[in-house]
Design a protein around this ligand. Structure first.
Ligand code: FAD
Ligand code: NAP
Length: 332
């Protein structure tokens, strides 16, 4: 059923940025409404151990996000299971259209839609997606018990995925386009020590090889990054871990973006190019992209939204140039 809901503060996204904004927004008595999107809890729900969240030497990503959701609820956030299909930021109140048919109008908006996995764009990658090609080892690793798999990439995600896959696979080959990993040193050292891991340096994935009846992967063809020489490796699973792109499609034609779609915010601020619209987390951050930095930006966004709303609501209550006797009364 279609309905219209109004809120002073609409938060879009339920990762660390969205939930932190919700905690601060609710404690500022803004009664925020948070729309979770199709991945409640965000990216950390598809990983296992998180070892750099302050206060927890080690915490499972999904557990941490359940705790954040509970915290946001406990302090008074209304959390809604919906996905925003479109948003109109051209006038206030802002209006967001949910897939459920609900229209959310809001005096201020915090965008915290995060990022999503990038793909190589090979036709064979597309063909075998869900049938041997995946971007989530935590989700699909279990299917490769006793089999050989490859992981493509050289960042933290690729190394964590490779390490996670060693729990199931008989062999994990990490294919990286350079001769040096980008991942944190502590992860690299774990990877290098793992006897199930082999690293194929200076190679790119050229094609995923497989069969069609039934659809399944049998190997990959890789090409040397400089010579172009091609080699085939047998494997049953291919995990693509080549980074993430900001989920800014919703607002890319309305807000200023840069560096491939990251929403631009003012220096030392989460303010976007439209007053009353704030952006936090991976959506706006092309440098750090961590849970804790996303949470930090969520906090900033809520504090800035609170200030914005106070100014707006204050200016509605108090005329900009009240007649002199009223001004004197106000000052008293
Ligand atoms: P996200 O976590 O990306 O959440 C985005 C949210 O927006 C989701 O809830 C989604 O449903 C919602 N959304 C998107 N579009 C819409 C829409 N149209 N309508 C409504 N909702 C929408 N960081 C660390 O600090 N430590 C780690 O150990 C670590 N491990 C990681 C492991 C993996 C496998 C990955 C992929 C990332 C890891 N990261 C880690 C990075 C960390 O997960 C991100 O930096 C962080 O989750 C970003 O938080 P966010 O709130 O900006 O967005
Ligand atoms: P990332 O750090 O951007 O790394 C992407 C990797 O993929 C790089 O090694 C890159 O190679 C490679 N790559 C990119 N495009 C490619 C292509 N077309 N073909 C082949 N290889 C390609 O991305 P990420 O690993 O997903 O991490 C994203 C963010 O989340 C980072 O900030 C990361 O720190 C964070 N994160 C943190 C943790 C943690 O703290 N434990 C875990 C996971 C993610 P080059 O190196 O040559 O550029």
């Amino acid at each position: 059923m279609s309905e219209t809901r109004h809120t002073r503060l609409l938060i879009i996204g339920s990762g660390p940025a969205g939930y932190t904004a919700a905690v601060y927004g609710a404690r500022a008595m803004l009664e925020p409404l948070l729309v979770q999107g199709i991945q409640p809890g965000g990216q950390l729900t598809i990983t296992t151990e998180v070892e750099n969240w302050p206060g927890d030497t080690e915490v499972q990503g999904p557990d941490l996000m359940v705790r954040m959701e509970a915290h946001a609820r406990a302090v008074g956030t209304e959390i809604v299971a919906d996905h925003i299909a479109a948003i109109d930021l051209s006038k206030r109140p802002f209006a967001a259209q949910g897939d459920t048919g609900t229209t959310y109008t809001a005096d201020a908006v915090i965008l915290a839609t995060g990022a999503q996995a990038r793909w190589l764009g090979l036709p064979s990658e597309e063909q075998f997606k869900g049938f041997g090609v995946s971007a989530c080892a935590t989700c699909d690793g279990f299917f490769y018990r006793g089999q050989e798999v490859v992981v493509v990439g050289g960042g933290n995600t690729a190394v964590e995925e490779a390490l996670f896959l060693t729990k199931f696979a008989s062999k994990v080959t990490l294919i990286h386009r350079r001769d040096e990993l980008r991942a944190d040193k502590v992860l690299q050292s774990r990877l290098f020590r793992n006897p199930k891991v082999e690293i194929l340096w200076d190679h790119n994935l050229d094609e995923v090889l497989g069969v069609t009846d039934p659809l399944g992967v049998t190997g990959v063809r890789v090409a040397h990054a400089t010579t172009g020489e091609k080699t085939e490796l047998p494997c049953s699973g291919v995990f693509i871990a080549i980074g993430h792109s900001p989920s800014s499609e919703l607002v890319a034609d309305q807000l200023e973006t840069h560096m491939g779609g990251y929403v631009v915010t003012a220096p030392d601020s989460t303010a976007t190019s439209i007053p009353g619209v704030f952006a936090a987390g991976d959506l706006t951050d092309h440098i750090y992209r961590q849970a804790v930095t996303s949470a930090g930006m969520g906090c900033m966004a809520a504090l800035e939204a609170e200030k914005f709303l106070a100014e707006q609501e204050g200016s509605e209550l108090i005329p900009a140039e009240p007649p002199r006797p009223e001004r004197q009364a106000l000052q008293r």
